[in-house]
Design a protein around this ligand. Structure first.
Ligand code: PLP
Ligand code: ZN
Length: 419
């Protein structure tokens, strides 16, 4: 049963039929999905959700889908892990990691694409498209393959080889554009007016964006139907960040959790930090940037939801941090060393931002904190290649092994103790 009623303009409130539309025809404000929350009350219960599938589709009642036939790829309901080692190292008593590396195409984008692709199919589209910083193209290509749809994905030509490969394997039409993500996005906005394609993050963006709410739902459910005290979320367009908060507020509206007092903090890389820079400068005016960072999946210089992200930051008493590329690599290594999770550069951004926010006193020791790890490390091997300990190269003899080991032991005992 669908509770979606309309699209409404976030600025002037005008309502539209829930079709392939993303901006208000009157004021050009972004459109957002409206639901019949009163109708959900008493029907969308903890019990009903808990008896659903162990994927994001257990929350289908809260998603903008008209029918009951989602494209099921096993996305979501990913582990929420207690991070005792990392927490001890950073000085946090109750730290959790939401590990979205384990989705079908190894990033959280499977959530947003799952919703967008399902809705696009309902609306009669047979071709899925997107403007991508990498992960989105991977997920769109995979969902099109699973749903028997065509895919045409647009990426900046300077992406990591692994991310290009991660799309190409599903055999989409892969278009590498000589330009930045913002150039790709501008091109795709023009193409969306010319071709009958569902660009998941352009003309069906209102549905796409709702997929990120499932991260908020899952974290609350996995904490025993409680909102965390603090969330740390990587930001590109700022959509994921705002929607995790929306997910928590919806659960409260339905009476499924107490009123959330969660503080929402955002993470960006210095080389592309339009939202964090505005926050630290105390302004709601986002100045577009030309991205230059190894965190390519977050490299959106002109973030579509930046303004709303700043509003959420204000409203929830959160904060933002921007970290250097060196800190990103250190963050990736720290997460791997303490918790055994190999995340992509976006994860390094988030861990490094967490560290900064704890050190600067924004996040307090006792806050129950959830950090969102949104993509897997094998997508961005270049970031750490050459910055990790090399192997012991030996002959297949005991002597050769023991000689190499003696050398290592000598090196370790000569090295100064590190924390
Ligand atoms: C896309 C992406 C994000 C954040 O995207 P938003 O545009 O802010 O919703 C975060 N992490 C990874 C790995 C991504 O690919
Ligand atoms: Zn409007």
């Amino acid at each position: 049963m669908s509770y979606m009623t309309a699209l409404h303009c976030r600025e002037c409130g005008r309502e539209y039929e829930p079709g392939p539309l993303h901006v208000c025809e009157f004021c050009f404000g972004p459109l957002e999905v409206t639901y019949d929350y009163d109708g959900m009350r008493g029907k969308v219960t903890r019990k009903r959700i808990e008896s659903g599938p162990p994927t994001m589709w257990r929350y289908i009642d809260l998603l903008p889908i008209a029918g009951d036939d989602p494209i099921e790829m096993g996305t979501g309901f990913t582990p929420l892990l207690r991070a005792e080692n990392l927490g001890r190292e950073l000085g946090l008593d109750e730290l959790y990691l939401k590990n979205d590396c384990v989705n079908p195409t190894w990033s959280f984008k499977d959530r947003v694409v799952g919703v967008a692709a399902t809705r696009a199919r309902e609306l009669g589209f047979t071709t899925l498209a997107c403007a991508s910083t990498g992960n989105l193209a991977n997920s769109v290509s995979a969902h099109a393959a699973k749903a028997g749809m065509d895919a045409i994905v647009f990426i900046p030509s300077d992406l990591e080889q692994s991310k290009i490969l991660g799309s190409a394997i599903y055999a989409p039409t892969l278009v590498a554009v000589n330009g930045s993500y913002d150039d790709v996005n501008r091109l795709c906005s023009e193409l969306a007016g010319r071709y009958p394609w569902a660009f998941v993050n352009i003309n069906v963006r209102p549905y796409y964006a709702e997929g990120s709410k499932t991260l908020g739902y899952e974290v609350a459910e996995q904490l025993g139907w409680q909102a965390p005290d603090h969330c740390v979320v990587p930001m590109a367009s700022g959509s994921l960040y705002t929607k995790i908060w929306k997910g928590l507020t919806e659960l409260h509206r339905l009476g499924l959790i107490d009123e959330p007092h969660t503080r929402m903090s955002g993470a960006q890389a210095e080389g592309c930090s339009p939202i964090a820079t505005a926050w630290m400068g105390g302004t709601m005016n986002i100045r577009p940037q030309r991205p230059n960072t190894i965190a390519k999946s977050l490299a959106i210089g002109n973030p579509a939801d930046g303004y709303y992200a700043l509003k959420t930051m204000q409203e929830t008493n959160g904060a933002a941090a921007a970290v250097s590329d060196d800190e990103v690599v250190e963050g990736m290594k720290l997460l791997a060393r303490t918790e055994g999770i190999f995340a992509e550069t976006a994860g390094g951004v988030t861990i490094a931002a967490l560290k900064r926010l704890v050190q600067s006193g924004v996040i307090r020791r006792g806050e129950r904190t959830v950090v969102f790890i949104t993509g897997a490390g094998l997508k961005t091997p270049d970031a750490v290649m050459g910055r990790l300990a090399a192997s012991l190269d030996i002959e297949a003899t005991v002597e050769s092994f023991e000689a190499a080991k003696r050398e290592v032991d000598a090196r370790v005992s000569a090295a100064p103790a590190t924390a």
